[in-house]
Design a protein around this ligand. Sequence first.
Ligand code: SF4
Length: 366
Amino acid sequence: MRQWKEEDPQRRVVGYFPVFAPRELIEGAGAFPLGLHGGGQQVELMFADSRMQSFVCSISRTTLELGLIGNLDLLDAMFFTNICDVARNLSGVWCRNFPQQQTIFLHLPMHPPGETTLRYLVKEFGRAHRTIATIAGNGHGTEPLHVAIAAGNRNRLLQAQLEQTHRSEPWNLSLPALYLLRRMGSQMTLAQHNQLLADALGRLQHSTVRPRDGIRVIVEGAFCEQPPLELLELLEESGCYVVGDDLARGLRPESAPIELAQGGDPLEALARWYTFASGTQSVRHAPPQQREDYLFGQIEAASAQGVIFLNAKFCEPALYDYVVFKNALERQGKIPFMTLEFEEKQSTFENLRMQVETFVESILFT
Ligand code: SF4
């Protein structure tokens, strides 16, 4: 990314922290959206712990560490939303520690969908768009937003096709492969990502991997901090086909395309989509019944035989959901579930492997 910027000094890069950052908004304002999902297993904390508590999630601390060791000095701005108290506070810490970068904080509405929410969000998206367009020196025209929204819609379509293939033939497209294809979207423009996804879909048509025995499960809880790839591989090696997940929320296709009529206001279209069509999320207020409906909808759509809760350590939104989900599954009494806790920098998995294998056997032999 640094090299790409050096080739043209006019280029601008806006980093964004998960869960939801509208890539269309950043690209449509003339900047490159660079998704930051922490340091994974590759960053040792040296400085971040002097700015943040040790009892918060790892992704927030390693993202800050990446900044403090100079890896993110190429960013022109950093984008946060109000997904949780940790992200909210991290934006303040960022602002103080990196005054040369602009910190953009987007207040997403927590209220239920409605016209008031929509009006508020149009203004909020407009504010963010103007800020980024000013940084990018791109004027405040909306034509690039039209282009970005069209690319975003194609991205949703291609990802939905990949997910469909994964669900119907999970032996042909494993969870780690699907996840990596999705995650690559954080390092590319929407158009580049679309090309990658289209290539992958083309190659899948010639895949001839033979099916194996496995139970169909969905994974919930790892929507922000991401588990190590080895953990995803372990789930499938232990006898699961993970045919539904909420990994890397914000990069995965949400429910519907953005509807933008010819000559319509793209900011309004983007805000309408987020308000009414972008689906329920752990980091967005929803009554417990709505969360339960979401979970059972996921189970049904995937024809899942079990649920694995994959909660990031210290992630409060995941744990709040877990209470609702666990109670709902216990009340229903038909779908078995298990719970695993992970950290992005985890490197030993044998204990987890035994737990998953036991879970698989308990389903196979009942
Ligand atoms: S992992 Fe959870 S607690 Fe941490 S920033 Fe993400 S949503 Fe917030």
